[in-house]
Design a protein around this ligand. Structure first.
Ligand SMILES: [Zn+2]
Length: 271
């Protein structure tokens, strides 16, 4: 599932490729992708130009001339920018035909992604917490939230109402660098733990976005804009490999219902 850095990469890539383009038609091949009335969605977007490309958590926000729409890629959603005469793939569900002769195509093998028409100024996505890279995600915000919770820290990191945009991969990386056990109870974390957590969240996501920049430069339409670039993972998927800090073997376990990787030596539960 694309997380904040991948969605940010998709945002920047599309901004680079189709900024200012006019939509001349919208083909909706699989209606459930559209939340709300598909006919209204189509009618509202024809004649509109792509003006601003924004992101909130894992959501993309496309601002047009006087309407907007939001898009969540969920598990497998991806965008392609292609010439109109290129063959339409089996899993292409929405096609935005552009005045330049190109198409913006939305492809989704699992069909879980959603798009929703919004008023131009209505960017609100309910239940989303602070942006992790904003100043609002800081020591005092995190401390206040965590000290009032007896939930496990990984479950909280995945909870979009605490901080928006983190998924299973980056949660493991952030906790590993912070030397915090994913099953640790949030209110047991001390000031140093919380400081590490906040700093590592910002650092891991920022580095991943920087690496995503290479995707923008090397974009080819045959790959689609998935933002799935080579990420320098230290712990996630590294089961059986040596911990880069202490050489103990990384283990895989299950936390918050998700496959979770950790170093059993560096990340110990508090007594
Ligand atoms: Zn270790």
């Amino acid at each position: 599932m694309p997380e904040l850095p991948e969605v940010e990469t998709v945002r920047a890539t599309l901004e680079n490729l189709i900024s200012g383009e006019e939509i001349i038609d919208v083909k909706i091949l699989y209606e459930p992708i559209i939340k709300g009335d598909p006919v209204k969605f189509k009618k509202a977007l024809i004649g509109q130009h792509f003006r601003q490309f924004k992101r909130r958590g894992k959501y993309l926000i496309f601002k047009m001339d006087n309407v907007a729409f939001i898009s969540h890629l969920r598990m497998e959603g991806k965008y392609f920018v292609q010439q109109r005469n290129e063959p339409i793939l089996k899993h292409t569900h929405i096609i935005f035909e552009l005045a330049s002769g190109k198409d913006l195509r939305y492809d989704d093998t699992r069909k879980f992604g959603r798009m929703e028409l919004r008023d131009f100024d209505d960017e609100e996505i309910t239940s989303l917490g602070v942006e992790p890279l904003s100043d609002a995600f800081n020591m005092s915000y995190a401390k206040d939230f965590l000290h009032h919770s007896n939930r496990h820290i990984k479950a909280l990191l995945l909870d979009q109402s605490f901080v928006a945009g983190i998924g299973n991969i980056y949660a493991d990386e952030i906790l590993f660098l912070s030397k915090i056990h994913p099953d640790e109870v949030a209110c047991k974390l001390n000031d140093q733990n919380i400081k590490d957590l906040v700093l590592n969240t910002k650092e891991v996501l920022t580095k991943a976005i920087e690496l995503g920049g290479t995707t923008i430069r090397s974009y080819t339409s045959s790959l689609g804009v998935t933002g799935r670039f080579q990420i320098n993972l230290r712990v996630h998927t590294k089961q059986g490999e040596a911990c880069p800090f202490c050489q103990t073997k990384i283990i895989k376990t299950r936390v918050a219902g998700r496959g979770t990787y950790l170093c059993p030596n560096c990340q110990r539960l508090k007594k």
